[in-house]
Design a protein around this ligand. Sequence first.
Ligand SMILES: Cc1ncc(COP(=O)(O)O)c(C=O)c1O
Length: 405
Amino acid sequence: MSISLIGRSIQESATLKLNQTFAILKAKGEPVIHLGGGEPKSKAPIDAITAITAHLNTGEVRYAPVDGTIEMKKAIIRYTMEHYRRQVEPENVIASSGAKQALMVALQAILDPQDEVIYTAPYWVSYPEMVKLCGAVPVAVTPEDGTFTPRLQDIEQNVTSYTKAIIINSPNNPSGAVYPETFIAEIVDFCERKGIYLIMDDIYHLLVYGGKKVVNPFDYVKDFTENSKLIIINGISKAYAMTGFRIGWAIANKDLIKVMANIQGHQTSGPSVLLQKAAIGAINGVQSSINSLRTTLENNRKVLVEQLNAFNGVHLLPPDGTFYAFADFSAYDKDSTRLSQFLLDKVRVLTMPGKEFGMDGYLRLSFCGGIKDIIEGIERMKWAIDPDAPNELYIGERKLVRDWN
Ligand SMILES: Cc1ncc(COP(=O)(O)O)c(C=O)c1O
């Protein structure tokens, strides 16, 4: 079989693969607990459901404009005004099939082969593969001070004449870190001065806790004309609990949006008009579901952090946003892939290996599931890896006997 160089270089999405493993085990009746999830379990807002149903009932579901319907763009403009205090025009907006596609077409619009894209570790699993899909070179930068907060100096050291873009994801998947104002101000200024694209992946920006504030990059932008290199990525997947609706968007300068629309037009065309209707319903509708999701997640987060803090040998910088905690398990096993597999095999707890996010020795644990699962999942993990744990553990009726050290 003859496969392209790019095709050969792309890894399977580790998170999606583990989700499949979970579904298979669950279907077999295995008592598996998912602490690796990437989506809230609440229902989509009622306004989204009403809007999509009304359109479906017309029986006329046609192609949508390549860059999104006018109504969709208006809803995104409204969202941008409300959450970024910035008035943008329809030509600054493209709606795509998920934030993932918005990001992908943005990269395809700006990257040439050999160009480099910098992002900070730990990072979302898709960044390196998306950059490679463009024939470009991914460059991960790990903060040298042992925190999850990048510093401009760490990034600057990795900038070369090939650096075309920097991706910033705050709140960050997987660490939950919310980057400080000084850093965002510095990176916006740095990219403007150097003429480097700054891609802000803000998909989690409404999911922050403990009074933390996500910094609005527009507060520091001096130039949002056609020369602007700022690209904002966002969508409805996380805050509206609408992952399966596949609507995301980008805000950028008009020329770039036009190029992105040209690319999208030959890939998938405009996102499904039905799903855009649902997204419009969610954005223009009652916003209370976001608050209740945030309250639930904040509570789950408290429980997860307590459980992990009581876990000898595990080190955690508590997350300020998202629904992930990225905990250092290297005292137990420096190989996170092995540890994650061990936990799945022995106690049927699914975790995401830190290696996939650019930091081995860590596990990403999600708190978007139920509290019961968080507590039981961590208990099972403790039992599996704590050498002083009792010899037996019951999972429902099933008795597990430790046959390892
Ligand atoms: C950091 C980050 N960006 C983008 C996405 C993609 O979002 P969407 O579901 O809208 O494609 C995800 C999804 O997990 C994510 O974690």
